[in-house]
Design a protein around this ligand. Structure first.
Ligand SMILES: Nc1nc2c(c(=O)[nH]1)N[C@H]1C(S)=C(S)[C@@H](COP(=O)(O)OP(=O)(O)OC[C@H]3O[C@@H](n4cnc5c(=O)[nH]c(N)nc54)[C@H](O)[C@@H]3O)O[C@H]1N2
Ligand SMILES: Nc1nc2c(c(=O)[nH]1)N[C@H]1C(S)=C(S)[C@@H](COP(=O)(O)OP(=O)(O)OC[C@H]3O[C@@H](n4cnc5c(=O)[nH]c(N)nc54)[C@H](O)[C@@H]3O)O[C@H]1N2
Ligand SMILES: [Mo]
Length: 766
């Protein structure tokens, strides 16, 4: 596609996986880990008695005896188990003004944090403090607030169930439901949208269902990079001859073809397995249109079949017995024209009908989706339409069929299950009251966007972060950075240094914690924690490596210390629970009955599956029915601004969210840089631009919300086989183009993947 030579921009012809993946693992390990003993830790990943891979939330293999190879899992592990250390000596040498100018990659690449550190204004550095001193300051800072709702308790999804449960218990005993969490930027459209449709905000499929489906749809996720172990499952599905239909604006190699490093035959011959049977390059933000088009076809095919004397293509019994809203959906579909659908999706009627005929002809269908669906202005509506499509043919709550949201962080789903929510229900509040003897607050708290707004407006003054990199992950970094600089106190529980830590509050504290891979020794012996994957499987995780430093504490221990320092009259037996995490799990079981016999069940190899009512066609909605839900009409937002393109922000193959492992994006042919924007050659030509030109990306007025257009400047245009009218750049570089106000109306998920922009030649020379 590109004749012109542009530095760092090429083409990748190979499959996903294969020798390239093995080489990348060897590289990651040699850069980070010094000792062979440590690399052997890798084999304990996702094994009974081993630790849960911090890489993603894809479930463990069914046959847990085999080591499952995963390039990006290996990167995540080696990044945590690195032999590099960010010690007090390191902090003494570098002022914060200096560190601020470092690249995000360089900050984390200093290695593991080793000591509790507090900011010292006189020297403009972080200096070592004792745990006692740090806790005393936190207690004073939190107790000084006139209202507990002036504190925000952020959670990133790597925290274990045990840590998250203690954290919410602490914040609620302190007196607030302010729980901004990374899920608010991720699958919140699922957490809000699916309960409305099917009564539960989680997926309904298990790994076994992939053995029984006879069609699989993949919409808006990139497993080759973000859930690499899923490629093994997709390979099995493809080898059974099951059609895999993809809707994605970019040609993602991990959805096209794969050489499994687990298969000696494939590795030796280089013969890849074709994954997607058909790949449709839908326009960014065009998914509701596609889904409506597919459903229109289902209705048409149903009518035609009945005319021909057949039983029709809808599951009449299911619709009658289990659902409401079908007629409204039919009216909405009839009112939607193919002209609109084609214009909004960028796909032809014929293409959408072809995809829909695969759907209609399959008895058991799974739809998988990721951030390409949720991080939109209409994210919740996207989710509703996936559910609608499945419900039409009863593809919910039976073997081989269902909905499969691919969760992000390895325990983001579990954190929500054990109480990280700004909107607690009565069961949760009663559970806490009955078990722990205090009355938790019931008033709704802040999600991530609300938390940043409250901090910006001076309504919140203390921010505690259980992991993550909130400032960089959030939309609108300018607003978020400025807001966080106004805090009275910022406390970060972290493994590695990142930019959020450098945004200084009046009092800033960094607390170093153990990672997943490390031994966690408490008074009661070595402890294990638990996590819940995308398919609601809960299992234990026990680290095996020597901790990165003697001063590190586990997350549960740190939370308990904070609670004791803040709440002199606490009703909770913090120390006993830290001494023996079984007692934390007993607490979880007492508050959430779905964890019945938690300690016993989690000790079985592979763990157990949490009850999901929708899997049994029990719908936990107010009227006990599944719901067909319609949203706004496709044109109700008004015409698209002239000359605008829709920008989506995506992950490279060499990053974990805001953690940048390296500057390459192998499968997209990018080496050594991230300052690129992928654009269709015809969209370049229409603007008089060429492959390799330096360009500026500016938001169009509607996105700027009345303020000046936002811009990122000096990016390099890469002619790419992306859907026309759509452009893509990397996250977090693109975040400054997303205003805090630009989010899904229902779920608050920032619309990181639908930003109307203009592309113009760069105003400044290189
Ligand atoms: N190695 C690695 N693993 C990870 C992560 C990581 O950063 N690195 N992050 C973790 C986390 S927290 C998460 S949430 C997941 C994220 O996993 P994904 O959901 O795969 O995340 P993205 O890279 O944001 O990719 C979204 C995909 O959607 C496509 N897309 C973009 N816009 C649209 C659209 O409008 N419609 C459709 N149909 N497709 C679209 C993009 O082309 C891309 O292929 O991965 C988790 N696993
Ligand atoms: N433009 C754009 N923005 C996005 C997205 C997008 O697709 N596009 N995706 C969004 C999504 S899906 C998500 S989930 C968020 C991610 O938001 P976050 O979860 O806040 O960010 P991460 O980058 O995953 O956090 C990395 C930091 O976590 C800390 N850490 C790592 N391991 C541990 C641990 O075991 N314990 C503790 N305490 N700390 C640890 C390290 O200090 C590291 O620097 O970003 C969101 N932002
Ligand atoms: Mo995520």
């Amino acid at each position: 596609m590109n004749d012109k030579k542009v530095p760092g921009v090429g083409e990748y012809d190979g499959p996903a996986g294969g020798w390239g993946a093995l080489r990348a693992v060897a590289g990651a390990i040699s850069k980070q880990m010094a000792v062979v003993r440590e690399t052997s830790a890798m084999r304990r990943m996702n094994q009974p008695n081993g630790f849960d891979c911090p890489g993603c939330a894809w479930p463990d293999p069914k046959h847990t005896s085999s080591f499952e190879f995963c390039e990006n899992g290996a990167k995540a592990v080696s990044w945590e188990a690195t032999s590099k250390r960010a010690t007090p000596e390191f902090f003494a040498k570098h002022t914060i003004s200096e560190l601020w100018n470092w690249h995000d990659h360089a900050l984390e690449d200093e290695g593991r944090l080793t000591h509790p550190m507090a900011y010292d204004k006189a020297s403009d550095t972080f200096v070592e403090v004792s745990w006692e001193e740090a806790m005393q300051r936190i207690g004073v800072g939190l107790r000084a607030l006139p209202d507990p709702n002036m504190a925000e308790f952020y959670t990133s999804g790597r925290a274990s169930n045990e840590a998250a449960f203690l954290y919410q218990l602490f914040a609620r005993e302190y007196g607030t439901n302010n729980f901004p969490d990374c899920s608010n930027m991720c699958h919140e459209a699922t957490s809000v949208g699916l309960p409305m449709s099917i009564g539960v905000g989680k997926g309904t499929v298990s790994l076994e269902d992939f053995d029984h489906c006879d069609a699989l749809f993949s919409i808006g996720h990139n497993p080759g990079t973000n859930h690499p172990r899923m490629l093994g499952t997709l390979r099995e599905v493809a080898q059974r001859g099951v059609p895999i239909i993809v809707f994605n604006p970019l040609p993602e190699r991990g959805l096209e073809r794969f050489v499994s490093p687990q298969s000696p035959a494939e590795m030796l011959t280089g013969n890849a397995t074709q994954l997607a049977t058909t790949y449709y390059k839908v326009k960014v933000g065009g998914d509701v249109a596609v889904l409506k088009g597919m459903m229109k076809y289902v209705l048409a095919a149903d009518a035609a079949d009945r005319v021909a004397g057949g039983p029709g293509k809808l599951d009449d019994d299911f619709i009658a017995q289990h659902t409401v809203g079908f007629d409204t959906l039919v009216d909405d579909l009839n009112a939607t024209t193919w002209e609109t659908i084609e214009r909004k999706s960028g796909l032809s009627q014929a293409d959408i009908e072809a995809a829909a005929s695969v759907y209609v002809n399959a008895k058991r269908v799974i739809v998988c989706y990721g951030m390409g669906i949720t991080q939109h202005k209409h994210g919740t509506e996207n989710v509703h339409h996936i559910a609608n499509l499945l419900l039409m043919r009863g593809n919910m709550g039976r073997e081989g069929a269902g909905i499969c949201p691919l969760r992000g962080h390895s325990n983001v789903q579990g954190d929500r299950t054990v109480g990280i929510t700004e909107k607690p229900n009565e069961d949760l509040l009663n559970g806490i009251r009955n078990r722990f003897g205090f009355t938790p607050p019931s008033a709704h708290g802040h999600d991530a966007v609300d938390a940043v707004k409250a901090i910006r407006d001076g309504r919140s003054k203390v921010l505690i972060c259980l992991g993550g990199n909130l400032a960089v992950a959030m939309s609108d970094p300018e607003a978020t950075f400025a807001a966080m600089a106004k805090l009275d106190m910022a406390v970060h529980i972290a493994t590695k240094l990142n930019r959020s830590h450098l945004i200084l509050a009046r009092e800033s504290i960094i607390l170093p914690c153990l990672g997943r891979t490390e031994l966690d020794l408490q008074a009661g012996g070595f402890q294990s924690v638990t996590v819940e994957d995308s398919m609601s499987m809960v299992h234990a995780s026990q680290g095996r490596l020597k901790p990165a430093g003697q001063m590190l504490r586990s997350e549960p221990a740190i939370i308990a210390m904070m609670a004791k320092a803040t709440l002199p009259d606490t009703r909770v037996e913090w120390q006993a629970m830290v001494d023996d995490y079984d007692l934390i799990r007993d607490g979880i079981e007492a508050v959430f009955p779905i964890f019945k016999n938690f300690n016993e069940r989690v000790r079985k190899p592979g763990g157990f599956r949490l009850y999901i009512a929708a899997c049994e066609r029990v719908w936990a909605t107010p009227d006990k029915r599944a719901h067909f839900l319609i949203g706004k009409g496709l044109d109700e937002d008004g015409p698209e601004p002239k000359d605008a393109l829709t920008l989506t922000t995506i992950r490279s193959h060499d990053q974990y969210n805001t953690t940048i492992y390296g500057m390459d994006d192998r499968y997209r042919g990018i080496t050594g840089r991230r300052d690129v924007i992928f654009i269709h050659p015809s969209d370049l030509a229409a603007r008089g631009l060429q492959h390799g030109d330096r360009i500026d990306v500016e938001t169009v007025a509607s996105q700027a919300n009345g303020s000046d257009p936002r811009a990122v400047r000096g990016y390099t245009a890469v002619a790419y086989d992306i859907a026309k009218g759509s452009v893509a750049m990397y996250y977090p570089e693109g975040n400054s183009l997303v205003a805090l106000e630009n989010h899904d109306e229902r779920s608050g998920t920032p619309s990181y993947k639908s930003v109307p922009v203009k592309i113009v030649a760069a105003k400044r020379a290189a």
